[in-house]
Design a binder for this molecule. Structure first.
Ligand SMILES: *[C@@H]1O[C@H](CO)[C@@H](O)[C@H](O)[C@H]1NC(C)=O
Ligand SMILES: *[C@@H]1O[C@H](CO)[C@@H](O)[C@H](O)[C@H]1NC(C)=O
Length: 428
């Protein structure tokens, strides 16, 4: 859809006119409106910057427009699979964007969330139910923040199963979405528990890869648990494709897999998996040009471990209600589409909330690492019931932030099926 907004267009001003001429003027302006509408809706030549208002903040994408000029998509040697090296991607992406100017606005921070799970039913009887709720939670966040999302549930590269499957998926997503600047991988068992928080992309100008962790644990203690590969941001650029190649080279499809497995065991005292490999890349490339593009985020829960989070959710709910009791604006009912605005308005009240461990700010992403909701083979440290209760709490905690825009609330975070309507001006 083309939204018509033209700066030079003015409603004709009609002063002292008699009835027939008002009619005539009306008919003429109707014609003018029709003409301009057709003129601008058929005007699709991207090479006329004076007529194309493509740099105006117009979020509408023209989904019908794909000019016949050939791009990388038309190159028979170009491929989506990990074995087909991609070169010159930045240029290819830029050219594509030039040919599709309606995607130009916001192209510096457009986000595609990529997540996924197996193609077969879950072994745990509640597994598919939880995966659906985790997915719904991500869709909720995307709807509120205008992000796109891709849920992949097929193995794109049979030689890269389980935890390695994210690499070919992220790579294919980059190629499928040249309009997206960032790909955000999220594991299927991670949930947004702050629907208002937005990634501070302005801080990442100099970085291409961001993962949550503790730098000291990675760089000094060489612990594979110093970071978590269940949530990471990766810029859609050539650097990232090269990075994914390096990462994939440590995985099971590579002829170097066994060699890397020994290196990883030696350095990180842990078996080879995507996370250990990522830790190794961070450690080894730390001081080099390549590694300088990688950041371990410590400022907020880009990924937060559920064990440290779930018990705090009830208290956090109380603190937020206290804030809303005194701040009338935050209680105001509003359309879901404008809810980002209310996140910004809440920010001053959260300045003492802290971040991450010990904070009473809503944790951004809660990851149920070790719970394995789909196959049910949870870490022996936990019980299946403990995991399910915790997932329920976190998902309902998040759901409350969404349902509020629909006028309802789960009063009891442990009970997903019961909601009550919210009174006007709650919680005044
Ligand atoms: C929640 O708040 C209460 C009362 O302030 C406090 O006693 C309790 O330790 C808090 N719980 C957690 C998990 O922080
Ligand atoms: C909350 O819901 C759970 C699960 O249905 C239930 O066991 C618990 O008693 C409820 N708590 C309260 C305070 O109603």
């Amino acid at each position: 859809m083309v939204i018509f907004s033209h700066a030079n267009w003015r409603k004709p001003t009609i002063r002292t006119l008699d009835r027939p001429s008002i009619f005539l003027a009306g008919a003429l302006s109707a014609l003018l409106i029709l003409w301009t509408f057709f003129f601008f809706s058929t005007l699709e030549n991207p090479y006329k910057p004076d007529t194309c208002k493509c740099n105006q903040p117009d979020p509408a994408f023209n989904l019908q427009f794909d000019p016949p000029v050939s791009t990388f998509y038309d190159d028979p040697y170009f491929g989506y699979t990990v074995d087909k090296t991609i070169t010159n991607w930045d240029q290819k992406r830029r050219t594509w964007l030039k040919l599709h100017p309606s995607f130009e606005p916001k192209s510096h921070d457009r986000v595609l969330i990529v997540t996924g799970s197996r193609s077969t039913p879950c072994k745990s009887p509640t597994g598919d139910h939880f995966l659906l709720r985790f997915y719904r939670n991500k869709v909720d966040y995307c709807r509120i923040h205008d992000y796109d999302i891709f849920y992949n549930n097929v193995l794109l590269d049979p030689k890269m199963p389980s935890c390695w499957a994210k690499i070919p998926t992220v790579r294919a997503a980059m190629v499928a979405h040249p309009e997206a600047e960032w790909i955000w991988w999220l594991d299927e068992d991670a949930a947004f528990t702050d629907m208002e928080f937005k990634i501070p992309f302005h801080r990442y100008k100099d970085y291409n890869f961001i993962v949550h962790g503790w730098p000291k644990e990675v760089y000094e203690k060489k612990s594979w648990l110093g970071l978590n590969a269940g949530s990471f941001l990766i810029r859609n650029c050539q650097w990232s494709l090269d990075f994914l190649d390096k990462w994939a080279d440590m995985g099971p499809r590579s002829s170097n897999f066994d060699k890397w497995a020994r290196v990883l065991l030696d350095e990180f005292k842990h078996e080879s998996d995507d996370q250990t490999a990522l830790g190794y890349l961070l450690l080894k490339e730390h001081q080099q040009w390549f590694g300088k593009k990688m950041l371990i985020e410590t400022g907020y829960y880009l990924e937060g471990y559920w064990v440290a989070i779930v018990d705090t959710l009830n208290n956090i709910t109380e603190r937020y209600l206290e804030i809303e009791t005194t701040a009338g604006m935050l209680r105001r009912r509003h359309a879901e589409k404008v809810s980002e605005r209310y996140g910004v308005l809440r920010e001053p009240s959260l300045k003492d909330a802290g971040n991450e461990f010990g904070s009473w700010r809503r944790p951004f992403v809660t990851h149920f690492a070790g719970c394995q909701p789909c196959n049910g083979k949870h870490n022996p440290l936990f019980t299946g019931k403990g995991c399910r209760n915790a997932m329920n709490m976190a998902l309902n905690f998040a759901d409350n932030q969404v349902l509020r825009n629909y006028g309802f609330v789960h009063r009891n975070l442990s009970d997903p099926s019961v909601v009550s309507p919210l009174p006007f001006d709650y919680p005044a």
